[in-house]
Design a protein around this ligand. Structure first.
Ligand code: DAH
Length: 342
């Protein structure tokens, strides 16, 4: 039997040495070592041998099995390296100095608008912060005064991870961390990608961009908010805009407002964009709720603050005349070409 086994081993080794393709090697492996493979069959047939001889033969077969397994693994490595080298050779054939067939890439409209706005805020001494996309429930909700059973949660359904974290529904989710990081006084903006589990239509997407801001200092009032928003938004739209505030409810500001700007397309006279009303709803904002300051480790007796949320995706749509929010995430190059961003 042992002599026989040696022959089998040599034959298998020879066969392995001839294989030059990973798929064939895998096939060979299962033919020899798999459940129905030759070696497995020999092991199964052990019962036909004399009881005294079985352990010896069994060991010999297992030894061969192990050797063959090792040989197969070694061969696999060799074939993998060979394949990699072949691929690398192909890559080298690409001539990077040739002109591109298509146009060059470009920045996304949202990125362009975001960078423009960041420049404006930078000149006013604002810190630019980056929030996480995956957030804790605490940061996204509790820390901005939306407790577990608050009805405001219904409007911001999102995608939950198995570990209890979530995809952030609003840039406000970064407020708490930023307050803890800088303390008061502070001036920061934080743009970011947000997610909501929405039924999609031209103005609702599961992924969109916001840009949020906070100013915290002593004696910040609604008067500061009005003046600041008017000058900043006029700067962003490069036009002297009027603003008006309407009451608006957001759990993290008190009082909270919906801020409208006079339509920058018709100067408030009434047009298609402002639906003849002369005003465009642009930026929810308000005075930061004392509880939110407190959660962020800031003393609400001493400090007060302004928070505002700009819809970045919406601003990009306004700037480039895009009428369907979904186009911004479509990855369709024709959109960029049509709106003149190349
Ligand atoms: N986080 C709000 C939302 O996504 C927007 C918002 C409203 C932000 C008021 C603010 C604010 O900072 O003061 O609906």
């Amino acid at each position: 039997m042992e002599e026989n086994l040696n022959k089998i081993k040599e034959r298998l080794e020879f066969q392995i040495s001839k294989i030059d393709d990973i798929n064939n090697l895998e096939k060979f492996k299962s033919e020899i070592l798999g459940k129905k493979g030759k070696i497995t069959q020999i092991l199964k047939n052990l019962k036909n041998y004399d009881e005294n001889e079985r352990p010896k033969i069994g060991k010999a077969v297992n030894d061969v099995k192990k050797i063959i397994e090792i040989q197969i693994e070694k061969k696999k490595e060799i074939l993998k390296t060979k394949e990699l080298n072949k691929n690398l050779q192909n890559i080298e054939k690409i001539d990077f100095s040739l002109p591109t067939k298509d146009e060059l890439g470009s920045l996304h409209p949202v990125t362009i608008v975001q960078r423009e706005i960041e420049e404006i805020f930078k000149t006013m001494g604002f810190t630019i912060e980056d929030g996480n996309e995956v957030e804790t429930e605490y940061n996204n909700f509790e820390a901005v005064n939306v407790h577990k059973y608050h009805p405001a949660r219904d409007m911001q359904d999102t995608y939950w991870l198995e570990n209890g974290q979530l995809l952030k529904t609003q840039t406000s989710a970064a407020q708490n961390k930023i307050m803890k990081k800088y303390g008061a006084p502070l001036k920061a903006i934080f743009p970011g990608r947000c997610f909501r589990n929405e039924s999609l239509d031209a103005s609702h997407e599961n992924t969109f961009f916001q840009l949020e801001g906070m100013i915290i200092d002593e004696n910040i009032s609604v008067a500061n908010l009005i003046y600041f928003m008017k000058t900043t938004l006029s700067e962003i739209f490069k036009k002297d805009l009027n603003i008006r505030l309407r009451p608006g409810f957001f759990p993290f500001v008190e009082p909270g407002f919906e801020l409208d700007v006079s339509c920058m397309y018709c100067n408030g006279k009434g047009c298609k964009v402002c639906k003849q009303g002369g005003w465009i709803e642009l930026c929810p904002c308000g005075l930061i709720h004392p509880k939110v300051l407190e959660f962020g480790g800031i003393n609400p007796e001493k400090y007060s603050g302004v928070a505002f949320g700009l819809g970045l995706s919406r601003l990009a749509m306004m700037k480039y005349g895009i009428n369907d929010l979904r186009l911004l995430n479509s990855g369709d190059l024709r959109v960029l070409k049509q709106i003149g961003v190349k």
